[in-house]
Design a protein around this ligand. Sequence first.
Ligand code: SAH
Length: 396
Amino acid sequence: MYATVKLNEGRDKSLKRHHPWVFSKAVARVEGNAAAGDLVKVTDNIGNFLAWGFYSPSSQIRVRALSFKENELPDEKFIRDLVRSSCKRRDALVERGNEGVRLVASEGDLLPGLIVDRYGKFIVLSVSSQAMEHCRQFVLDELFELYPECSFYERSDTKARKKEGLSDRCGVIKGEEPPEVIYVLEGGQIRIPVEIPHGHKTGAYLDQRQSRIYLSTICRGKNVLNCFSYTGGFGLWALKGGAKSVVNVDVSGPALDAARHGVVENHLDPGRCRFIRDDVFEYLRKKVNEGVKYDVVVLDPPKFAESAATLKRACRGYQDIARLGFSLLSEGGRLLTFSCSGIVDQALFQKITADAALEAGVTAQIRAALRQDCDHTVSLPCPESFYLKGLDVEVL
Ligand code: SAH
């Protein structure tokens, strides 16, 4: 028998819309015994079925729902089917010359708390919910069947894991140990550095793939400043697109080393790029004071807003760097500005960017709205899964 999680009156709306999160405040009581990772039935206050999900007693998200049909239990077959169909949906992306693809994108692929990234012959798993901790072996068994030739590595070391009461788990699951840096083909043209064992996330930011490729189309003969460069993906595509010069700025020394090697690995001209280890806020201020100008400025910062409590400060941060970025652009220059904070939505981000332009005293127009690439699937009922948005803005 499964325990039943009964919701408070009036708190059934989001599950009825198939949003997968049940917050602790919505729970009236638990009937029966439920331990971390157990499958539970969720009902409304008078006992009507709403969803099947997995219980997480220490998290604010008390239950993550997986199935919204009473006769469809999220058992081994259910999970394996979801994993398989999610992986299959990436075939077209692989065929377009991408060796790095997100095979499973958590809520986006109806598997909340599960990330599976493929980097060529390495598959990296990142589990960050009690729900997926419970399903981990089913997931692996399906992946082993789908990709028998691949090696498997785990990077379950996210902040979310701590909130779920889970300790970190990293290391080889099966096959070869991945080298510190590997290179994976992107868009059939550029080989992107990926640091599986010790890099950010599972080793690379695959979500920016289409925006990196987009950048290469607007860079011919331009001087490009790539802020928060990490291992230099935007910089590599800028060089490929014929940029006259590229300056990569990041606080991380190892990331810049990988970026430097990436230029050589891609047979691009090292004489056209520089790698600066600095705080972006300070670097931008220095360049504004020096009166330096660029044709294209990329701003791809880390997540500034972790929660509603830090939203205001985060908005100020996005606005500050955008203002400085605008101030560095020559006439006709382009600012590519991004936010990966889920709680900063597109409308708010546009407003922040508009305010920054006002503060910088420039008039600007949007040339393109940018977003996370298609393998970072967005679930229709779960707007939080659309987290990465960006704007290409031209200064008139
Ligand atoms: N554009 C990259 C991903 C950027 S991730 C890509 O396409 O792969 C964000 C980066 O910002 C990280 O590499 C991190 O080291 C860097 N970072 C965070 N805070 C910073 C700061 N204040 N100044 C400079 N770099 C910073």
